[in-house]
Ligand binder design. Structure first.
Ligand code: GRG
Length: 304
């Protein structure tokens, strides 16, 4: 790999994530007030405000600011992305899907509110996401808002998240090759990350070249996100195995390390960071590019 220059080396990434996270959490809190019927709004708020890294909203805002927009132009979309991400987690955790009891360190939505309410809370968050963006035409032209909504819709539906989830379900218990695995990840994980970056750029007024450069960057970090997830899965499992000798913690899930070996998976992750940085180099090394540059690194070197 060739030597790389870090844009704005003095950039305080952790501080940036903390401050952005606080502003995003405040906007989410205001977007879903407690109102009648209380139980559904409580269930929506329970999962939405339960923590999480807020990677998608931060990507959206950073991308908007990179092309010259303001945070406030992208905030409704940033909230919508987190609402959709959260609803996909609520539905993914249901007994008919992954049947998980814990999410973000707390009991899953259906464990607290029951399956019926959890399904409806997910549906309501999905619907609210689009309403929330469509309502916000006071700062950005309706044309840009409509383009961003189309982008978001395609990332979520039967060509997006839903496509990834259905292929994942259909491949259960079968041999999955690298091409199938990539399809699942691109749709389950990358599509929404791509929408976050692209919608931010559209709302910020980016031109076609800027939007497409950022799309390429987003595709790299989307895949990177999943490769790293798989690597963490393996390395954590082996750590756990050390601690809980005899207990079988190795899943039969198909992962990148399983298909290409741990070392090649790590090399692949490094290549993806380099490629993501190359896409960003189009924007020079101003402070505005620093958040996206550091977000790629954060995704690559995170521990959870
Ligand atoms: C979207 C209409 C619609 C239905 C849902 C269930 C389903 C269809 C899709 C599942 C999608 C899914 C669970 C993808 C996994 C995405 C992923 C990488 C989650 C982890 O994201 P992080 O690490 O989590 O950003 P935090 O908790 O930090 O937000």
């Amino acid at each position: 790999t060739k030597p790389r220059i870090s844009p704005a080396p003095e950039f305080q990434f952790e501080e940036y994530m903390k401050i952005s996270g606080k502003r995003i959490n405040r906007a989410l809190d205001e977007a879903v007030p407690v109102q009648k019927p209380e139980v559904i709004h409580e269930a929506m708020r329970y999962s939405l405000l339960a923590g999480g890294k807020r990677v998608r909203p931060v990507l959206c805002i950073a991308s908007c600011e990179l092309v010259g927009g303001l945070e406030s132009w992208a905030m409704p979309m940033a909230c919508a992305l987190e609402m959709i991400h959260t609803m996909s987690l609520i539905h993914d955790d249901l007994p008919c899907m992954d049947n998980d009891d814990l999410r973000r360190g707390k009991p899953t939505n259906h464990k607290v509110y029951g399956e019926e309410t959890a399904i409806l809370a997910g549906d309501a968050l999905l619907s609210l996401a689009f309403e929330h963006v469509a309502d916000a035409t006071d700062k950005v032209t309706p044309g840009r808002v409509v383009r961003a909504i189309a982008e978001l819709g395609s990332a979520v539906g039967s060509q997006g998240l839903v496509a990834g989830q259905i292929m994942d379900i259909c491949s259960e218990g079968k041999d999955v090759n690298l091409k199938d695995l990539e399809y699942i990840h691109v749709h389950k994980t990358s599509k929404l990350l791509e929408a976050a970056v692209v919608c931010g750029a559209i709302l910020g007024g980016g031109n076609v070249i800027e939007v497409e450069k950022l799309r390429k960057y987003a595709r790299c970090i989307g895949l990177l996100f999943q490769v790293v997830d798989d690597i963490l899965d393996v390395t954590k499992s082996s750590e756990e195995l050390g601690k809980t000798a005899g207990k079988d913690l190795v899943t039969d899930k198909t992962t990148y390390p399983k298909l290409m070996g741990l070392e090649r998976a790590k090399k692949f992750a490094t290549e993806l960071v380099v490629q993501a940085e190359e896409e960003l180099s189009y924007f020079g090394s101003s402070t505005r590019v620093a958040p996206l540059y550091h977000l790629a690194k954060y995704i690559a070197y995170r521990q959870n």
